[in-house]
Design a protein around this ligand. Structure first.
Ligand code: COI
Length: 361
């Protein structure tokens, strides 16, 4: 695999410092973008080439561009944090780079070398470093690397040209309520992914597949939908865009990776963070009936959602056809909050990085 260098073409119209500060004061999620983006092209026979750091702006695509028809697309999400000394570090970019390669293999796309993935993220953060929010709060700079098939034509086949892009967006809480518990609708008929499908790849199609059930969840008055496995409609898999954890006193359990759910970076990190804090952490199967019964008999003490965007968000209310219950009295649970603080402390650089997860720029 070739590793292109990234050539800088700076923006001549960056936002003013005052405009940027106004955005950073209340960034929301995914609403504002920094001044630049990185683009790298891949062409069959030539490999990766034309790495550029260019002003953020629209793409011009032929209407017959492959991705617009057959969705050959993959993406990632990771965050850059401001440390107490003002420097910046990203969280586990190597793991995102490896997952991006796994997603590329699943969608018959070329694999970007991990060092190029990380260098592209670093180059963008270095250029737009003023966009990394101040240390100490909930805010960070969310990076969105993605790749699309750019061959023009309507034949259904792996494309012979691709475009890799990284954009960045200052991010506050993913859910408007911040750490306020969210409500979950358990979808018992719609599925997100099937065995042998693409559920463990981070591709837009999985998110498109989640939207109808997400809309149904909203119609039920819930914030998020939880999916069950596609065969037995029994085993809990994940939410539309994040993983789930179940807290049984001193033990935390997350659905095991069956191939149809995403191997979240936050999910993986929490297995270790929990052990560091003295909890037992395991990957196992959790059934929908067990979720309800254990909540009702009090052994399931807390439930939370986790992901790069969502960080750790407590689950307050759960609803399924014919039943509804609350987790931890509808309040953020003690274990949930402890894990959240411990993870954020590592990410913000206020506690020791004993696993070597932070990538300092
Ligand atoms: C992330 O947490 O980075 C995700 O990709 C979820 C997203 C779809 C908002």
């Amino acid at each position: 695999m070739t590793t292109p260098t990234i050539e800088l073409k700076p923006s001549s119209t960056p936002l003013s410092g005052a405009e940027r500060e106004a955005i950073l004061a209340n960034p929301g999620f995914g609403r504002h973008f920094t001044d630049h983006m990185v683009t790298i092209r891949w062409t069959e026979g030539r490999g990766w080439h034309d790495g550029q750091l260019v002003p953020y702006g629209p793409l011009s695509l032929d209407p017959a561009t492959n991705v617009l028809h057959y969705a050959q697309e993959i993406f990632e999400g990771l965050k850059a944090y401001r440390r107490p000394d003002g420097t910046v570090a990203t969280f586990r970019p190597e793991m995102n780079a490896r997952r991006f390669q796994a997603s590329a293999r699943r969608l018959a796309m070329p694999e970007l070398p991990a060092e190029t993935f990380i260098e592209a993220c670093d180059a963008l953060v270095r250029q737009d470093i003023a966009w990394v929010p101040a240390h100490g709060g909930e805010e960070s700079l969310y990076l969105r690397p993605f790749m699309i098939a750019t061959e023009v034509g309507l034949g259904v086949k792996p494309a012979n040209e691709y475009l890799f892009i990284v954009i960045a967006s200052p991010a506050g809480a993913y859910f408007a309520g911040g750490v306020k518990p969210v409500s979950i609708w358990l979808s018992e008929d719609r599925v997100r992914a099937v065995p042998g499908g693409m559920g463990d790849a981070k591709t837009g199609g999985n998110y498109a597949a989640s939207l109808l059930a997400q809309a149904e969840a909203a119609a039920e008055g819930c914030d998020q939908v939880a999916y069950l496995d596609a065969v037995e409609h029994k085993w809990v898999e994940e939410l539309g865009g994040m993983n789930l954890y179940f807290v049984y006193g001193d033990k935390i359990v997350t659905p095991e990776l069956t191939g149809s759910l995403l191997a979240g970076v936050t999910r993986d990190s929490l297995l270790s963070v929990a052990r560091d804090l003295g909890y037992e952490s395991v990957e196992d199967r959790v059934s929908i009936d067990q979720w309800q019964a254990d909540s009702e008999n009090g052994t399931l003490t807390e439930v939370f959602a986790c992901g790069t965007a969502a960080v750790i968000t407590p689950v307050g209310t759960v609803k399924r056809a014919g039943a509804q219950w609350t987790q931890s009295g509808g309040e953020p649970g003690e274990v949930t909050l402890k894990l959240r603080e411990a993870l954020l402390d590592i990410q913000r650089g206020t506690s020791a990085d004993k696993h070597g997860w932070m990538h300092q720029l």
